[in-house]
Design a binder for this molecule. Structure first.
Ligand SMILES: C[S@@+](CC[C@H](N)C(=O)[O-])C[C@H]1O[C@@H](n2cnc3c(N)ncnc32)[C@H](O)[C@@H]1O
Length: 266
């Protein structure tokens, strides 16, 4: 078989696996929810864009920038970044058609399609190997593969991605295994640590939700759940704001949901 056919089969297989793991539904869900929840989302999206631009302006060189988790570009100031940098790379598991069109128009925007965490395929293989075993090993044995090399970029923007990286993996694992909470947290802590450590120092910024809050219809707080398990959430110089994520009570039945968001330069 020639090389391009092998690559094509590998890409198609990966696409099927990512779809099965819920990556594409999750991305489509983001746009659907945004359309329903625009009023609560717009301030958060604008603050994310503003934060990224002020961090990008501080870059020492302006040859290349990369955006991790670009999705629908709701929170990505693409036009501005494309004017600021010689080349902008957008990375996601899938690039929607509208984003492909915008990238083509701007001329200096390229698209990279991959799993940023490096854990998706290893998690899928782990599930296949152990799903029928009584006592699977702890998921912390799973090693990432083919992670992104970010050291060559002048500016790296991790864009509302961090908590997504582990949720999709742990949700998939929990479809097949009953791990206790501590085991799940140990695994997701590692996924988050590796992502944060992959961001080059003095050239990166990260925006992420780090705590979920739920409320009754009358506004009384019902609970809080940490989403990020890394000391970065204690950074005293971080910008912080609240994202009114779900007012229609569809994310959790009978509860409204908001996220606390953190933005830091690394
Ligand atoms: C919460 S969204 C961020 C909002 C996004 N910038 C937008 O405007 O739609 C997270 C994005 O990260 C992508 N994503 C999640 N996990 C990923 C992974 N492991 N590798 C690459 N992209 C991932 C999703 O497909 C989604 O587009």
């Amino acid at each position: 078989m020639n090389c391009s056919l092998t690559t094509l089969f590998k890409d198609v297989r990966q696409w099927i696996i990512l779809r099965e793991m819920g990556y594409f539904d999750d991305q489509s869900g983001i746009l659907r929810r945004y359309r329903r929840e625009r009023d609560g989302w717009d301030a958060h999206l604008q603050r994310t864009r503003d934060f990224a631009l002020q961090a990008a302006a501080k870059a020492e060189r302006h040859d290349s920038a990369i955006v991790l988790g670009s999705g629908w570009l709701l929170d990505v100031p693409l036009k501005e970044l494309s004017a600021m940098f010689g080349k902008v790379t957008l990375v996601d598991v899938r690039h929607p058609f509208s984003v492909r069109c915008q990238a083509r128009k701007l001329g200096n925007v390229e698209l990279q399609t991959c799993d940023i965490s490096g854990f998706a395929m290893p998690v899928y293989r782990y599930v296949r190997k152990y799903r029928n075993k009584r006592q699977p090993p702890v998921p912390n044995i799973i090693q990432p593969q083919g992670r992104l090399e970010l050291s060559g970029y002048d500016f790296v923007f991790s864009c509302n991605l961090l908590s997504q990286l582990d949720i999709l993996l742990t949700d998939y694992l929990l479809r097949f295994f009953r791990f206790d909470e501590a085991t799940v947290i140990t695994f997701l802590r590692e996924v988050q640590r590796l992502h944060i450590e992959s961001l080059p120092k003095q050239r990166s910024c990260l925006v992420t939700d780090f705590e979920e809050k739920t409320y009754a219809a009358n506004g009384v707080e019902l609970g809080r759940k940490p989403l990020v398990y890394h000391p970065i959430i204690g950074r005293t110089d971080a910008c912080r704001w609240r994202w009114l994520f779900d007012s229609a009570m569809t994310y959790y039945p009978d509860k409204k949901t908001s996220f606390e968001v953190l933005a830091v330069e690394l």
